[in-house]
Design a binder for this molecule. Structure first.
Ligand SMILES: *[C@@H]1O[C@H](CO)[C@@H](O)[C@H](O)[C@H]1NC(C)=O
Ligand SMILES: *[C@@H]1O[C@H](CO)[C@@H](O)[C@H](O)[C@H]1NC(C)=O
Ligand SMILES: *[C@@H]1O[C@H](CO)[C@@H](O)[C@H](O)[C@H]1NC(C)=O
Ligand SMILES: *[C@@H]1O[C@H](CO)[C@@H](O)[C@H](O)[C@H]1NC(C)=O
Ligand SMILES: *[C@@H]1O[C@H](CO)[C@@H](O)[C@H](O)[C@H]1NC(C)=O
Ligand SMILES: *[C@@H]1O[C@H](CO)[C@@H](O)[C@H](O)[C@H]1NC(C)=O
Ligand SMILES: *[C@@H]1O[C@H](CO)[C@@H](O)[C@H](O)[C@H]1NC(C)=O
Ligand SMILES: *[C@@H]1O[C@H](CO)[C@@H](O)[C@H](O)[C@H]1NC(C)=O
Ligand SMILES: *[C@@H]1O[C@H](CO)[C@@H](O)[C@H](O)[C@H]1NC(C)=O
Length: 377
């Protein structure tokens, strides 16, 4: 408790160094735009950024300043984020939307659909808005980031950010990550690069990035594809001009109201083929296999995949449980069924894409063609 008080006092001291005055009378807001977004300051010469908070570690409050596990999530809202990092107000005017307040494991496709539609409306649809920042717990951050990369396609930056340490830990990473995320979202250098994941001074494409370590700060990496850029002293530097990932499919969610259930099944020795049938019996409308190596499963499971594709017409995408690499169609193909290879998409990204394609009403042939776009054959 004492540690928290001291930390807040430290933040307050930082805040008083700012030349920007934030109204703090009956309402903390000084300006409301035509979409009903409330700003804590309005300096018309600064870019405007909307922060969408979903919950998670960046908002979490730990019980001691050395705890890095076991903290409660999502206990602080958007306004507190701005209060905690007043430096963001030197970079942009901030509006906040609390879209949910859950840990990342509880982010649902319904929350993601709402979030994507909200961003498309109030950020893409507003010429005065530079970009969006989404705060998110890190465990499933890459899934939500991939969803937003696929479904927000107006060229404005959507930056997904989280923190590995709770906000009360010594050297908490949340405040600086948030500052960097706002900086990237406010920068016109960030346009036409898809959704971006910013943590630990690195800028990564949401299409490729994945969490590699369960605990450390150095965890979000696109293993083979590399980072798009970095931040040095909070100045973004991109290594390359804007580029679109090979095989990326843009999806318009404006008419989508729900995402069908897609299950992921993990391959292993002795895997029984009934897990596949059980998942479909339980309501899965699509399946992703985290296959061994380049999409492999046991002979009996492979027959079951073909049975499901041919007889039940349920799409089964074969991805890999390996940390990186490709599942090419040639490695899983057969003459008795049209298998679907995930290419360079890992199981969790394949699940998001398959759900979106099913929501669009795509058939097996069309789904195959989209996934085929991210393979080399
Ligand atoms: C508004 O932003 C500009 C550009 O950063 C800055 O020079 C100016 O001091 C700001 N105005 C106020 C009142 O803070
Ligand atoms: C902006 O503030 C008003 C008045 O407090 C509130 O009704 C509205 O929900 C706020 N907008 C958002 C997006 O939070
Ligand atoms: C920020 O929003 C205000 C109010 O809508 C607008 O006047 C200003 O031009 C915007 N800033 C930029 C850099 O577009
Ligand atoms: C905002 O920028 C001004 C001018 O560069 C600087 O003096 C001030 O410390 C900054 N405030 C914060 C909170 O970073
Ligand atoms: C999604 O948005 C709708 C309409 O604003 C709302 O009724 C619903 O509760 C939201 N769902 C979630 C999961 O946030
Ligand atoms: C980005 O903003 C800077 C400073 O406002 C401006 O000089 C530059 O032309 C802009 N670049 C693009 C690509 O819009
Ligand atoms: C959404 O539905 C409307 C009305 O039926 C239609 O005009 C529009 O083309 C649809 N948009 C997409 C992306 O399917
Ligand atoms: C699934 O496995 C069972 C038990 O090993 C086997 O009898 C059955 O033939 C398999 N199904 C297919 C489609 O291969
Ligand atoms: C799938 O959809 C495409 C495009 O609408 C259509 O040409 C094709 O016949 C369909 N395939 C099947 C198997 O229904």
């Amino acid at each position: 408790m004492l540690a928290q008080t001291l930390l807040l006092a430290a933040f307050a001291a930082l805040g008083s160094a700012s030349p920007i005055h934030v109204a703090r009378a009956d309402s903390p807001y000084v300006y409301t735009n035509s979409f009903g977004l409330n700003f804590t300051q309005m300096n018309a010469s600064l870019p405007n950024v909307t922060i969408f908070a979903t919950g998670g570690t960046i908002a979490g409050s730990g019980s001691s300043n050395t705890a890095t596990t076991g903290y409660s999530i999502g206990s602080v809202g958007v306004l507190s984020l701005v209060d905690a990092v007043p430096e963001v107000l030197n970079i942009s005017n901030i509006a906040g939307v609390q879209i949910s307040n859950v840990g990342s494991e509880d982010v649902t496709s319904e929350i993601l659909l709402n979030l994507s539609k909200y961003i498309n409306k109030v950020v893409c649809g507003d010429s005065t808005m530079a970009g969006a920042v989404v705060t998110h717990g890190t465990d499933t951050l890459e899934e939500s980031a991939f969803f937003l990369d696929a479904t927000v396609n107006c060229g404005k930056p959507v930056v997904i950010v989280g923190a590995m340490r709770p906000s009360t830990a010594i050297s908490a990473d949340g405040p600086y990550n948030l500052l960097e995320a706002v900086t990237v979202a406010a920068s016109n250098k960030s346009t036409n690069r898809g959704a971006l994941v910013v943590l630990n001074d690195r800028i990564a494409s949401a299409y490729y990035v994945t969490k590699n370590n369960a605990n450390t700060l150095e965890t979000f990496k696109p293993i083979e594809e590399g980072f798009l850029g970095t931040l040095v002293s909070d100045v973004p530097y991109y290594y390359y001009p804007p580029v679109t990932p090979t095989g990326k499919t843009a999806i318009d969610v404006s008419n989508i109201t729900s995402i069908p259930r897609v299950d992921i099944l993990y391959a292993y020795e002795d895997m029984s083929n009934d897990t596949l049938y059980n998942a479909i019996d339980s309501g899965a409308k699509g399946i992703v296999i985290a296959g061994a190596g380049a999409g492999g499963t046991s002979t009996s499971f492979n027959y079951a995949i073909e049975d499901v594709l041919n007889r039940l017409k349920v799409p089964v995408v074969q991805s890999t449980r390996a940390n990186s690499g490709e599942v090419p169609l040639s490695d899983i193909g057969s003459t008795t069924a049209s298998h679907i290879a995930s290419g360079f998409l890992d199981p969790q990204k394949s699940r998001i894409l398959l759900g979106l394609l099913l929501a669009q009403g795509k058939n097996l042939t069309e789904i195959s063609a989209v996934f085929h776009g991210s393979t080399d054959d």
